[in-house]
Design a protein around this ligand. Sequence first.
Ligand SMILES: Nc1nc2c(ncn2[C@@H]2O[C@H](COP(=O)(O)OP(=O)(O)O)[C@@H](O)[C@H]2O)c(=O)[nH]1
Ligand SMILES: [Mg+2]
Length: 310
Amino acid sequence: MGNMNNKEGFFNRLKEGLSKTRKGFVKNVDEMIFGEKILSRNLFDDLEETLIMADLGPAFTTELVEEMKYRAGRKELDRPDALKKILKDHMREILRDSELPLEIPRDELYTIMVLGVNGTGKTTTIGKMAHQFKKAGYSVILVAGDTFRAAAIEQLEIWSQRVNVPLIKQKMGADPSAVAYDAVHAAKSRKANVIIIDTAGRLHTQTNLMEELKKLKRIVGREHEGAPHETLLVLDATTGQNAISQAKMFNEEIGITGLVLTKLDGTAKGGIVVRIAKEMSIPIRYIGIGEKIDDLRIFNSEEFVNALFA
Ligand SMILES: Nc1nc2c(ncn2[C@@H]2O[C@H](COP(=O)(O)OP(=O)(O)O)[C@@H](O)[C@H]2O)c(=O)[nH]1
Ligand SMILES: [Mg+2]
């Protein structure tokens, strides 16, 4: 019973985190369909506009509306509310392809490098991940690879104290590769399971940042075979098209193996998750639904769609 309540509380918190998108996009869809007795051209146009507004993206939207029109033409849809089921089913189908949670082995060193533009939520996500990993019984080491600002090192240090995991750091301005080098060796001698490396995110168009990140990746790989096992890009869901451009840019330059979409609680355009799933073939590992320590969720397509339409 207690477990039941826990599960329910967990789901309710996700619902709450997605409430802006539900109140915006889902409510719009409902209002549009409600009271309509026939499937009309206008209805399809309105729906198309709503999906675009909620950032589900042109590829998904066009495909979906085309299918709806096709099925309406074949008289397979009797009432407007049949559209909502098609929308949900399509979302599920697209999102399922992007669902692939991280699998971290128990008895080997696993290295995660966290990338992203300033302010997307890298450091916060690292703190939340460290908390989850620790709860799951892994020994974690955090690495202050954003040496560009003193405040960035301090922020990660606060998380390391809060979660009670060690931090490897050097002074501000130090070479991030040198910090990561130390961390890999510390992890080996302490027999730690997981290393999470924070990085700087000043302007992604700056070539020297990309060079620095490439070097960091190379050094980590040189010091430990197969590392980094995960190159995780953190995207701010409130930034829409920018998030897509950043994903493409970082993927071309560095190679990205997983995505995190943060701040879904802060936007009515949570459809961006669908857009990213449709346009990028990189798994979405986590979603951020708030600033608190438990507000990072392993991405689960079914849960996401259910919470959105609940
Ligand atoms: N509402 C909300 N805020 C978040 C989330 N993730 C991060 N933040 C906030 O975003 C701001 C920037 O985060 P930070 O981790 O410093 O970003 P970084 O520059 O990429 O390291 C902080 O105020 C965080 O608390 C989220 O999922 N939801
Ligand atoms: Mg940071």
